[in-house]
Design a protein around this ligand. Structure first.
Ligand code: IMP
Ligand code: MG
Length: 181
């Protein structure tokens, strides 16, 4: 059955489905940490709601940091070149780092960030992506923790935007073809 929001958007994952999956991811990350400390690095802005929920599902001594990238594009298409517009506040050398991203799409952003972070010699570097669109991959990169794998559809809500809109939708919705790219 298709659920629609009051704005007429088709719901792909409800807030309850997201909460259940985030709880499972948090439990898995907690087990893998084996009691060690964690630095959670959110990729602004889209990962903010996911990081906030995931952090509270992880039982560990955790801190937050944030980076921001730009991919030279607005709307649904990007040009491919990634630029770092906000770097980490604290060094990550010797730390267990979890990069928290809303969606792994072409992989250009996370491949760029992974290389950037590895240059600082963290103790470990793992990636948590709420969504994964494997069919769109350009860079060879996988997340260690994936919430949901989805087909090639443009999604919005729970942090994800279309031209900065819809980030505050509590459910993950599909942006229909009536929206131009
Ligand atoms: P990548 O570098 O192509 O893997 O894309 C990463 C970024 O593109 C994500 O962090 C999102 O900000 C954005 N993105 C990719 N697909 C979508 C989508 O379906 N909806 C909203 N943003 C998306
Ligand atoms: Mg993003």
């Amino acid at each position: 059955m298709t659920t629609m929001t009051s704005q007429g958007l088709e719901v792909l994952f409800t807030r309850q489905q997201i909460a259940d999956r985030v709880a499972e991811m948090g439990a898995q990350i907690t087990r893998d940490l084996k009691g060690e400390r964690l630095v959670m690095v959110g990729v602004l802005k889209g990962a903010a709601p996911f990081l906030a929920d995931l952090a509270r599902a992880i039982e560990a001594d955790a801190t937050f940091d944030f980076v921001a990238t730009s991919s030279y594009g607005i709307g649904q298409r990007s040009s491919g070149a990634v630029k770092l517009i906000k770097d980490l506040d604290e060094p990550i050398e010797g730390k267990n780092v979890l990069v928290v991203e809303d969606i792994l799409d072409t992989g250009l952003t996370l491949a760029y960030l992974r290389k950037h972070f590895l240059q600082q010699h963290p103790k470990s570097l793992r990636i948590a992506a709420l969504l994964d669109k494997p069919s769109r991959r350009i860079e060879k990169i996988e997340a260690d923790y994936v919430g949901f794998s989805i087909p090639n559809q443009f999604v919005i809500g729970y942090g994800m935007d279309y031209a900065e809109r819809y980030r505050n939708l509590p459910d993950i919705c599909i942006l229909g073809p009536e929206h131009p790219e």
